[in-house]
Design a protein around this ligand. Structure first.
Ligand SMILES: Cc1cc2nc3c(=O)[nH]c(=O)nc-3n(C[C@H](O)[C@H](O)[C@H](O)COP(=O)(O)O)c2cc1C
Length: 183
């Protein structure tokens, strides 16, 4: 089975997830890890599964990832899986954070699903986890999203840990589940 793991990553967090997915698959599949900028849409025909990763910007996947997805020919035969890292808390935190996730990262999965549906691609899975924000984004969160000082301090402590070991092992398990279902 030929698998491509390709990603856009501006500060390295999504790259860490891409590497975890790749490392989990490389023993049992003919796997390639590439930055999105090195990947041509025409290369995709060579693969059975393509994992595409994006940071979450403005609640959505980043422009280069969207543009890449939009160039994929309709009804391409490979199976598509998506992954993102986002700095907001995950919805599992519950309460107001569920809404906050929807507002600040909710479009990411929907974009993958929408483009895949429009192109009649087989979209077989999506993974997400927190990725530490850079200093300007921390600042933005402080002024626009979490204004309470104590809450913001807690957020910083948590955010700066990610992706952590658990995220990396979850990403590996995600990749294993996908490949396991297709074997
Ligand atoms: C310009 C910019 C916009 C961002 N917008 C969001 C956002 O809307 N929601 C969110 O949860 N995180 C947002 N983030 C945080 C990133 O998604 C997060 O830190 C991610 O892990 C970065 O991935 P990377 O290191 O692969 O670039 C933003 C980051 C940047 C630089």
């Amino acid at each position: 089975m030929k698998v491509l793991v390709t990603y856009n990553s501006q500060s390295g967090k999504t790259k860490m997830i891409a590497e975890a997915i790749y490392s989990s698959l490389k023993e049992e599949a003919d796997a390639v890890l590439n930055e999105l900028g090195e990947t041509k849409v025409t290369d995709l025909v060579d693969y059975d599964i393509v994992f595409i990763g994006s940071p979450c910007h403005s609640a959505d996947i980043v422009k280069p990832v969207r543009e890449f997805l939009e160039k994929i020919p309709n009804q391409s035969k490979f199976k598509l899986a998506g992954f993102i890292t986002h700095s907001c808390y995950p919805p599992e935190k519950g309460g107001i954070y569920e809404e906050m996730f929807e507002k600040w990262a909710g479009k990411s999965r929907k974009s993958f699903e929408k483009i895949a549906a429009e192109k009649k691609l087989d979209f077989i899975g999506f993974f997400r986890c927190m990725g530490a924000a850079t200093a300007p984004i921390e600042n933005f969160i402080k002024t626009e999203v979490i204004s309470d000082e104590k809450e913001f301090e807690e957020f910083l402590l948590e955010s700066r840990k990610h992706p952590d070991e658990k995220d990396l092992s979850n990403a590996k398990a995600f990749a294993q589940k996908i490949i396991g279902e297709l074997k």
